[in-house]
Write a protein that binds this ligand. Structure first.
Ligand code: Z5A
Length: 208
């Protein structure tokens, strides 16, 4: 049994992670938790600069390995500066994406071998692993539709449907491998239904 609370949200683009984080945070604060909301890549001044590099469409020539190491550099900083201190202080950390995204995007999406990702991830020795992961799952077409009106797309959003289908399949596979950690929510449902499912899960796991 873990004595810390580290909650992550995962899913392909447009499934509603940012929206769900607001709900999660409110429910947990109502339960008396001191909540820290953060994200990857990012969450620190250095990490946000790395995020800009990763997301910029100017960097189309970036190799999959460079992408991996930039993400991990941002994560090492994030763990040291934000996640670990908050968890040690007894706070509840809610993070928009974490290491599952690396296996889904850089592994299944970009085609990097899982052993490379495992080895590289091991180098930053994440002491704290997520205790609960919400996978907001929806068909790629649903995610694409929800973000189609955005004025600008980033370097990941420029990938085709086949890329995101591989990413989605990888997430579902990871959820199947670790059913005790993952809660899969059908994100193609209405916002009200998604919110309700999140609230039910939190009440079940953290008490009413
Ligand atoms: N990345 C990576 O490759 N490897 C890694 O290890 C990590 C990250 C950590 C940035 O992530 C990129 O980093 C990401 C993978 C890569 N790229 N992609 N794709 P990000 O999380 O910042 O980017 P994102 O996934 O593109 O976020 P997003 O597009 O903002 O999606 P979202 O947060 O899941 O969706 P949202 O903004 O909450 O909702 C989208 C719209 O849908 C919005 O108008 C909502 O009002 C609406 N919405 C939400 N839920 C519903 C429901 N249920 N019904 C109807 N409408 C809804």
């Amino acid at each position: 049994m873990n004595n810390y609370e580290f909650i992550t949200l995962e899913g392909i683009e447009g499934v509603g992670k940012s929206t769900a984080i607001g709900v999660l945070s409110q429910v947990l604060q109502d339960k008396g938790r001191d909540v820290v909301i953060t994200r990857e890549p990012g969450g620190t001044a250095i990490g946000e600069k790395v995020r800009d590099i990763l997301l910029s469409t100017q960097n189309g020539e970036m190799s999959a390995l460079s992408e991996l190491f930039l993400l991990l550099a941002a994560r090492a900083q994030h763990l040291a500066e934000v996640v670990s201190p908050a968890l040690i202080a007894g706070k509840c950390v809610i993070c928009d994406r974490f290491f599952d995204a690396t296996f889904a995007y850089q592994g299944a999406g970009r085609g990097l071998d899982t052993s490379i990702i495992n080895d590289a991830t091991g180098l930053i020795s994440p002491f704290f692993l997520p205790t609960l992961t919400f996978l907001l799952d929806a068909p790629v077409e649903v995610g694409f539709k929800r973000i189609e009106t955005r004025a600008e797309t980033d370097r990941f959003e420029e990938q085709n449907k086949a890329f995101f289908k591989r990413v989605r399949a990888s997430y579902l596979n990871r959820a199947q491998q670790e059913p005790h950690r993952f809660v899969v929510i059908d994100a193609s449902q209405s916002l009200g239904e998604v919110t309700h499912k999140i609230e039910l899960t939190l009440n079940e796991k953290f008490g009413d």
